[in-house]
Ligand binder design. Structure first.
Ligand SMILES: [Mg+2]
Length: 138
């Protein structure tokens, strides 16, 4: 219920964690508008801290990053009742199918292989956002 009011008001909080600035920027430019707030972390420790602070509606996690890797962050989020049902997307290099397997085992909802296009990202976020239909997001 904690997220219901912001959502009714049209705000969607997205947490992105990736150690590459170019990915953070792509996600921000692609998703952020008056209804979508993008909060970025460069490592797994910061990602967990920010998740605790902003209660994200959707989480995007790079697999390979400093601190806790994305799989570990996913596992820790899933162990917290507040994030038991939050959509979590793992960002993985296309060459690493084992990242996908580890991520899904850790409770990830979906995965996105890098490099990804803005259209792929938008489509995925539209699909996974709580109660969202595409016209609610854009
Ligand atoms: Mg990385």
């Amino acid at each position: 219920m904690a997220c219901a009011l912001p959502y009714l008001l049209g705000m969607l909080n997205v947490l992105i964690a990736d150690d590459e600035d170019s990915v953070l920027e792509l996600v921000r430019v692609t998703l952020e508008d008056e209804r979508v707030r993008v909060v970025a972390a460069h490592d797994g420790v910061a990602a967990l801290s920010l998740a605790d602070q902003i209660a994200p509606d959707l989480v995007l996690l790079d697999v390979n990053m400093p601190g806790h890797d994305g799989v570990e962050v996913c596992r820790r989020l899933r162990a917290d009742a507040r994030f038991a049902r939050t959509p979590i997307v793992m960002l993985t290099a296309a060459a690493r199918p084992e990242d996908v397997r580890r991520g899904l085992e850790a409770g990830a909802t979906e995965y996105l292989t890098k490099p990804f296009s803005p259209v792929r990202l938008l489509t995925l976020v539209d699909t996974l956002s709580p109660g969202a239909a595409p016209w609610q997001l854009r």
